[in-house]
Design a protein around this ligand. Structure first.
Ligand SMILES: *[C@@H]1O[C@H](CO)[C@@H](O)[C@H](O)[C@H]1NC(C)=O
Ligand SMILES: *[C@@H]1O[C@H](CO)[C@@H](O)[C@H](O)[C@H]1NC(C)=O
Length: 574
């Protein structure tokens, strides 16, 4: 569960009563001594205060060590007191407060709004804000949207989660629109006109503001909305495998607590009856908790979520501007540290064109391979990043998969191209991780993996982190990203030439309405890495405006564009 440094997981059962007893004993002893009532020793001298302190301390330590092993297997009722993680200055820092501000989202005035008063996509409407006699490449298109509730009444507050795009289906061209919430039930949508041709607007209500409020309330009021399984095995004993519930917080009853020495991250499993905490060998996903009442489920049902909003914006013919029929990337080579533009890019003929740097395409396997020649690529994250690994494996025929005989869904996975010296690794980030039954020791915390890398000009590190964290309060994610950021900063300090790329979250996950939850985490991720020498592949933008149906595992053409964007940072060219 911890890093590549090879240290093993330290299971620790909570031993608070023992420590408290020692502390409680020490206090009156010290008090008596200070009052001068300490008994004299047999040779009639009062020992110096320092000696006494030393003796008390030593006795306390010996007792502590002895009692630890003694208690933990026999009498210890591990208590949920372990829920308090180690004091972490970051969790009280101004930065964290600023990050939480970033999550601000307009909310309905009351907590419980009847479904009939929630925003209806079908009853809402949008129109052109101001029409021009003609439109050319480089102009902006402004659209005004009025939200209405299920009864058709205008809404008077904002917070609807909208997704808007401008697109030309025949050209396979599209760009995401910017949504401005006026917080009075109206929204202004802005679309840059980036190519000539017939363009149309498409707007969807992903979740009403009432649904967003519900998602937020669930996120903030449950320590988790999923569970995991821990499998306890002791082959030496020949005993049967025991399975208990595990999570990022203590589960009810006696608990095994696992503290990762590298990151300080905690993991908890219900204590097995016939095994010790050390016998935790496998991990897998558990269940999705049923946290929604039937009245609440309506808000997330297909009839209410991800619905098309009707509009009266006609198909618009965009004219070229001074012979320019399509916007191009700026000549600036892509490099880590570049801030993303808004929008960060657009699709034209199914190719993503970055508006921040000179994005390249790698249409043939030879081009991709020559970019990756001699590179050691470490991909660490979730299945959306495994798609990159799978894409490169399929795209470059000479890249071969080496079977490491692990659970495929959590890895680690290895592919090599020996002739060109290319190594492609993928592995999952640490728990929490929804995956098939996998060896716990194969699942490493991301920061530990980074700590174990020497880095260098031939090393490329790409990671992603998000969709496995939407089922917990935000601080779980913030704490994790904080440790990763530290590891990134240290890696860049010891090896500044290492290329580090972050794949942002992508859209298309529907469990518990996660696109809004994913976006919140993604905003945190971007903010926490702002100003650092890392590149961000804006998968969010690439998935939110494409014509393929939303899918947490996007289709091949999108993955190819994500990989091209990634390779543009690895091989900026020119
Ligand atoms: C576009 O509209 C402007 C005025 O808004 C006009 O001067 C110009 O001639 C028009 N161009 C075309 C090609 O219609
Ligand atoms: C909502 O707010 C916007 C921006 O302040 C304003 O232009 C618009 O008139 C308001 N609309 C309504 C219906 O209050």
């Amino acid at each position: 569960m911890n890093g590549g440094a090879g240290a093993s997981v330290e299971p620790r059962c909570v031993d608070f009563p023992v420590k408290s007893v020692i502390l409680l004993l020490e206090v009156p002893v010290l008090y008596l001594y200070c009052r001068g009532q300490m008994p004299k020793t047999s040779w009639g001298l009062r020992p110096t205060p320092l000696l006494w302190l030393g003796l008390i301390f030593t006795a306390g330590m010996i007792y502590w060590f002895l009692s630890f092993d003694h208690f933990r297997e026999k009498h210890m009722p591990p208590s949920p007191v372990g829920a308090k993680s180690l004091p972490d200055p970051f969790m009280e820092s101004p930065e964290l407060r600023a990050l939480l501000q970033l999550l601000h989202w307009p909310a309905p005035p009351e907590d419980a709004v009847a479904f009939a008063s929630s925003t209806s996509a079908e009853k809402s409407h949008y129109r052109l804000l101001q029409s021009q006699s003609n439109y050319t490449v480089g102009n902006m298109l402004l659209v005004s949207l009025e939200a209405r509730d299920q009864r058709g009444q205008p809404k008077h507050y904002g917070g609807d989660f909208l997704r808007a795009k401008l697109h030309s289906p025949e050209l396979k061209a599209s760009v995401a629109g910017t949504v401005e919430d006026h917080k009075n039930g109206t929204y202004t949508l802005t679309f840059p006109l980036l190519w000539a041709g017939a363009v149309q607007v498409s707007v969807r209500l992903i979740y009403s503001s009432e649904t967003v409020a519900l998602l937020r309330r669930i996120r903030d009021s449950h320590p988790s909305t999923v569970t995991f399984r821990g499998y306890f095995v002791d082959p030496g004993q020949g005993s049967k495998e025991e399975v208990t519930e595990c999570n990022v917080h203590p589960v009810s009853g006696p608990t095994c607590q696992y503290v990762d020495p590298g990151t300080g991250e905690h993991w908890f499993c219900a204590r097995p009856q016939h095994h010790s905490c050390n016998d935790l060998v496998y991990h897998s996903t558990g269940i999705y908790k049923n946290v929604l009442s039937s009245a609440e489920k309506v808000f997330l049902s297909g009839a209410a979520a991800e619905r098309i909003i009707p509009g009266s914006v006609p198909i618009i013919q965009v004219l070229p501007s001074h012979q320019l029929t399509v916007a191009t990337s700026p000549p600036l080579p892509c490099h880590p540290g570049l801030a993303l533009t808004n929008p960060s890019g657009f699709y034209y003929k199914d190719v993503w064109v970055s508006l921040g740097c000179s994005s390249r395409t790698f249409p043939t396997s030879d081009l991709a391979l020559s970019c990756l020649r001699g590179k050691i690529v470490h991909m660490i994250g979730d299945s959306t990043l495994r798609q990159w690994w799978e894409f490169l494996l399929a795209f470059i025929p000479s890249v071969k998969h080496i079977d490491l005989h692990v659970t495929y869904k959590s890895g680690p996975l290895l592919a090599v191209e020996p002739a060109q010296g290319l190594v492609l690794r993928w592995r999952s980030h640490g728990v929490p991780l929804r995956t098939g039954k996998s060896k716990m020791a194969d699942i490493h915390y991301l920061a530990n993996e980074l700590h174990a890398l020497g880095g260098g000009p031939d090393m490329v590190v790409v990671f992603t982190l998000g969709v496995h964290f939407i089922t917990f309060p935000v601080h779980v994610y913030v704490r994790r990203v904080h440790s990763i950021r530290q590891a990134v900063a240290q890696l860049l300090a010891r090896s500044p030439q290492t290329t580090i790329v972050i794949k942002s979250a992508n859209t298309g996950y529907t469990v518990y309405g996660s696109d809004w939850l994913s976006l919140q985490l993604d905003n945190i991720l971007r903010a926490m890495f702002a100003g650092m020498k890392v590149a961000i592949v804006d998968a969010w933008a690439m998935t939110s405006c494409h014509y393929l149906p939303e899918n947490i595992h996007p289709g091949k053409v999108i993955v190819q564009n994500e990989v091209n964007s990634f390779l543009s940072y690895v091989c900026p060219g020119k």
